[in-house]
Design a protein around this ligand. Structure first.
Ligand code: SAM
Length: 388
């Protein structure tokens, strides 16, 4: 086998990637995994440019920054691919514990941040596994609570992932927390779910403030609304019961989809004839029933897209890019999804396209978190100064 074939295979194995993951990561066209397999077995070779791309792919961890003198420490729960972590790190914080159990999300996280990742948070031994920290971060999955009433202790939330957050806050007493969830959390189970969460956090003697913020108001062309819940330790900072955190005021900078679209997009992202026909048929059926559902087309002049969801990989119907009359529409590329969520360009995407769509759909709009992180850190500074 040629040296080149061995180099390619070694590089991929060093990174712990499957052939499919490597092929998608370096942007090979449809059937790229088959082509890569041929190169690895010495049948054919990539051109110089592609070879360089393979050898330099993920050769450093762009967000592995060890902060020399961190001004605060935080933990990243339900970490996904670290969208909440990036802005807190930018603010001078150091991540001292991460939990995420999906092994593909772990792969992306590892390649960008490095460090250890704890798996299932329900298995954690808080005092042994989690070091002391100042801020708890968590975009946790929304689950209903048991029918037991409000004003109960832990028993009421046990069995839900919120319970694990609650327990960690109770034991470690961080200075603050930021929780993120879908906007519908407030109305979930007739408002009961949110009420239990708020009540339980207040019972731990934390302030609780929430706001629904829209990604599109923070500079990314996406109509994504999420609820953010921020709290501070009332006891430590001697805060009044009705204390409210000042969420950032949305800058409402104009957005345009064209600003995040790639110039030369591989034809593999154009949807198939069969899928397009299916989309058109369903849209027509919806129209007849008088509702507006169905696929949505956008172009470079669109102000923003629909919300990117974790199911985008299935058929892309929520965001399709118009390619003119003579061409079927296309899906966003994984890099465009990263941009739609405001991830930095240096963010490495080391998984297959399907996984990447899921991961970005599950993630957060980084600029919204950035604005919240700034306000939280400023608030903490003010609170610490007024308590000396
Ligand atoms: C809504 S996503 C959060 C995404 C994250 N904010 C980001 O920026 O990518 C929730 C994450 O929680 C993870 N998760 C769910 N249950 C878990 C558990 N028991 N232990 C650890 N992670 C869990 C899921 O795999 C998923 O990645």
């Amino acid at each position: 086998m040629s040296n080149l074939a061995i180099d390619i295979k070694n590089r991929r194995e060093e990174l712990g990637l499957t052939v499919k993951e490597m092929a998608d990561s370096i942007g090979l066209s449809k059937d790229g995994d088959r082509v890569l397999r041929l190169w690895e077995s010495g049948n054919g070779r990539p051109d110089k440019r592609v070879f360089r791309r393979i050898m330099s792919f993920a050769d450093n961890r762009p967000f592995a920054k060890e902060v020399a003198a961190p001004t605060f420490k935080f933990i990243d729960l339900f970490a996904g691919i670290g969208g909440i972590r990036i802005p807190f790190q930018e603010q001078g914080g150091q991540c001292v514990f991460t939990s995420e159990w999906d092994r593909f999300a772990q792969k992306t996280y590892q390649m960008n941040f490095g460090g250890e990742i704890y798996g299932d948070i329900t298995e954690v031994n808080i005092s042994e596994d989690i070091p002391d920290f100042d801020i708890l971060l968590g975009g946790f999955p929304c689950q209903p609570f048991s029918q037991a009433g409000l004003h109960k202790g832990f028993a009421d939330t046990r069995g839900t992932l919120f319970f694990n957050i609650e327990e960690i806050i109770a034991e470690k007493r961080p200075k603050a927390f930021l929780l993120e969830n879908v906007k519908q959390l407030k109305g979930h189970d007739h408002g009961r779910t949110y009420k239990v969460i708020e009540e339980h956090l207040k019972n731990l003697d934390y302030t609780v403030s929430s706001a629904v913020l829209r990604a599109g108001d923070f500079g990314v062309p996406q109509n994504r609304e999420r609820i953010y819940i921020v709290g501070f330790d009332r006891e430590r900072f001697n805060l009044p019961k009705d204390y409210q955190f000042a969420f950032p005021v949305p800058p409402k900078t104009p957005t345009r989809l064209g600003d995040i679209l790639e110039k030369n997009v591989d034809p593999k992202y154009t949807i198939s004839e069969k899928l397009y026909e299916g989309h058109k048929r369903r849209k027509e059926e919806h129209k007849k029933k008088g509702n507006g559902f169905g696929f949505s087309l956008f172009n470079e002049d669109s102000e923003y897209t629909n919300t990117l969801s974790a199911r985008y990989y299935k058929d892309g119907s929520e965001i399709l890019i118009d390619q003119g009359e003579n061409k079927r529409p296309r899906k966003l590329t994984p890099r465009e999804c990263a941009r739609l969520q405001g991830f930095p360009e240096s963010f490495i995407i080391p998984v297959s396209d399907t996984r990447a769509y899921k991961q970005f759909g599950n993630s957060v709009a980084v600029p919204v978190i950035r604005a919240i992180a700034k306000n939280m850190i400023n608030t903490l500074e003010d609170l610490e100064n007024s308590n000396v």
